[in-house]
Design a protein around this ligand. Structure first.
Ligand code: ARG
Length: 481
C-alpha cells in the first residue's frame, strides 16, 4: 500500500509557515488563511499578550533558562512593543502573522534576533491564549461593574428626586404598579426605581463572583501536559495579578468557563436592561404619558415631523438579543469539544468581546436615559389611581371590620361592577351603595381609599410605604458609597 502523496493547492503559498515551517512542504492556502487567521479580532489581546510574555520571560529567568541579561533585554523589547502596539489604530493589516501571539513573537525576533526566538521555550499558544483571555475578561468585568454602579446611582438619584419632589417635598410621586400590565396597586415612583436597582446590584454581584473564579493563571500548562521547565507558577500568577495558578494543565488550556459565566451574567444584565427599556418605552407613549425622555437620547422621523422615538430604550431591548446570543453561541461552541485544546476555541473571542462591549454600551446609555427622564407627576398620580387600584385596600379594610378575606374580595368585586356600570371610581360611590354590597363598611371607608392611606399601609420590609422606601434609599446610597 502506498501512502497518499500530500497535495498542494494552486492557491497555497510556497513560503513556509513562520511557526512550524519545518514540517511542511507548502505554506497555507489563501482560503485556509481567511478562515484560520485570528489577528483581525484577537488583536484586542495584544496588551495582555505582551504582559503575559513579560511575566513568562521573568519566569524563564527564574527557572534558569534565560540569563538575567537576556530577561532584561527581552523585557525592554516587550515594553517598547507594548508602546508601539498601543499607538496602532487597529490590527496591523500588513502583517503576515496569523494571530496576535505570532505577531508579538515575530516582532520580538525582528527586534532581537536569536534571543527573540527563545521566549517561546516551555510555553504554548494554548496556555498563552487562555491567560490573555482571562486578563482581558477580568478588565472588562471591572469596567462593567463600574458602569453598573453608575447606573444604580442614576436610579438612586431618580428615587431621591421623586421621594421629595422639588416644591412639593412632602408628597412623594406615586406610580401605577402593574401586573399583567393591568393596573394592580399604587406604589411610589421611587420604589419602582429601587426595584431596578436591586436587579442591577445582583448583576454586579454575579460579575464579582465570576471574577473570583476566573482569577487563576493558566501559564505553565503549556500545550496541555504542563511545562517541562522548573517554572515557579505561583510567582508568575502573582506577577499577573492572579490569585493562584490553575490546578490542572489540561483544564488550564481547555477551560472557557470564565467566559461562559461572564457572558451569562452579561446576558442576564442585558435582560434587566431590556425590561427597563421596555417599561420606559411603554410609559413614554402618548397613551401612558407618564415620562418624557431627553431629546439627546431619542430620535425623530425622516418623514413624520411630530415624532420623538425612544431609540435608546429600543436598543436596550434589541441588544439583549445579541448578548444572549453571545452566551448561547459560546456554549454551543464548547459542548462537543474533547479535551484539551481544539481550534474551535478560537471562536470564543468574538462572542466574548461582542457580548461585553455591547453590554458596556447599554449600561452607559441606560444611566444617561435615567438621568434625563422627566416624569409627569400628575399623569403618574392619575395612573396610580386608575383602574380601581385601591380595590385591595377596600378588601383589607373590610377584613379589619371582621369580614373574612374571601367574602371581602367578593363584596369588593361586586362594588367594582357597580362603579363600572356608573362610570365612577370606588371612592365616588355613596356609603349606601357601598353598604348595599359590603354591610360592614362605615363612614371612615372613604379616608381608607385615598392614595396616601393605601401607600402608608405598606410599611412592611421591602414594601412601598414612604418611610420604608426612604430607608431603602438610604441603604442603597450607603452601599453605593
Ligand atoms: N489563535 C489561537 C486561538 O485563539 C491561539 C491558540 C492556537 N493554538 C493552537 N494549538 N493552534 O485559539
Amino acid at each position: 500500500m502506498t501512502s497518499p502523496t500530500p497535495t498542494t493547492s494552486p492557491s497555497a503559498s510556497t513560503k513556509p509557515h513562520a511557526l512550524w515551517g519545518g514540517r511542511f512542504a507548502s505554506g497555507p492556502d489563501a482560503v485556509f488563511r481567511a478562515i484560520n487567521d485570528s489577528l483581525p479580532f484577537d488583536w484586542r489581546l495584544v496588551r495582555q499578550d505582551i504582559a503575559g510574555s513579560r511575566a513568562w520571560a521573568a519566569a524563564l529567568g527564574g527557572a534558569g533558562v534565560l540569563t538575567a541579561a537576556e530577561v532584561a533585554e527581552l523585557d525592554a523589547a516587550l515594553v517598547a512593543l507594548d508602546a508601539e502596539a498601543a499607538a496602532l489604530p487597529g490590527p496591523p493589516v500588513e502583517s503576515e502573522a496569523e494571530d496576535v501571539h505570532t505577531w508579538v513573537e515575530q516582532k520580538l525576533i525582528a527586534a532581537l534576533g536569536p534571543l527573540g526566538k527563545k521566549l517561546h521555550t516551555g510555553r504554548s499558544r494554548n496556555d498563552q491564549v487562555a491567560t490573555d483571555l482571562r486578563l482581558w475578561t477580568r478588565a472588562a468585568i471591572d469596567e462593567r461593574i463600574g458602569e453598573l454602579v453608575e447606573l444604580q446611582r442614576a436610579l438612586a438619584r431618580l428615587a431621591e428626586r421623586e421621594l421629595a419632589p422639588e416644591g412639593d417635598a412632602d408628597n412623594p410621586t406615586p406610580f401605577p404598579g402593574y401586573t399583567h400590565l393591568q393596573p394592580a396597586q399604587p406604589v411610589l415612583l421611587a420604589h419602582w426605581a429601587l426595584a431596578h436597582v436591586e436587579a442591577f446590584a445582583r448583576d454586579a454581584d454575579r460579575l464579582t463572583d465570576a471574577r473570583a473564579r476566573l482569577n487563576r493563571c493558566p501559564l505553565g500548562s503549556a500545550a496541555l501536559a504542563g511545562t517541562a521547565y522548573p517554572i515557579d507558577r505561583d510567582a508568575i500568577a502573582r506577577d499577573l495579578g492572579f490569585d493562584a495558578p490553575t490546578a490542572n494543565s489540561m483544564d488550564g488550556v481547555a477551560d472557557r468557563d470564565f467566559a461562559v459565566e461572564t457572558l451569562a451574567a452579561a446576558a442576564l444584565c442585558a435582560t434587566h436592561l431590556s425590561r427597563l427599556g421596555e417599561e420606559l418605552i411603554v410609559y413614554s407613549t402618548r397613551e401612558f404619558g407618564m415620562v418624557e425622555m431627553e431629546d439627546a437620547v431619542t430620535s425623530g422621523s425622516s418623514i413624520m415631523p411630530q415624532k420623538k422615538n425612544p431609540d435608546a430604550c429600543e436598543l436596550l431591548r434589541g441588544k439583549a438579543g445579541r448578548i444572549i446570543a453571545a452566551h448561547t453561541g459560546l456554549l454551543i461552541t464548547l459542548k462537543g469539544l474533547p479535551f484539551a485544546y481544539n481550534k474551535d476555541l478560537q471562536e470564543d473571542k468574538e462572542p466574548l468581546f461582542e457580548g461585553l462591549d455591547q453590554l458596556g454600551l447599554c449600561l452607559r446609555i441606560a444611566a444617561r436615559v435615567i438621568d434625563g427622564c422627566t416624569f409627569d407627576r400628575d399623569a403618574c398620580r392619575r395612573a396610580a389611581l386608575a383602574g380601581f387600584a385601591n380595590a385591595t385596600e377596600l378588601a383589607d379594610y373590610l377584613v379589619e371590620r371582621g369580614v373574612p378575606f374571601r367574602d371581602a374580595h367578593e363584596q369588593v368585586g361586586a362594588l367594582v361592577r357597580v362603579a363600572l356600570e356608573r362610570g365612577v371610581t370606588l371612592e365616588d360611590l355613596t356609603l349606601e351603595e357601598i353598604r348595599a354590597r359590603a354591610p360592614k363598611a362605615g363612614e371612615e371607608v372613604f379616608a381608607r381609599l385615598t392614595l396616601d392611606a393605601t401607600l402608608a399601609k405598606r410599611g412592611v420590609v421591602g414594601g412601598t410605604g414612604p418611610g420604608r422606601v426612604r430607608q431603602a434609599l438610604e441603604a442603597t446610597k450607603t452601599r453605593l458609597g
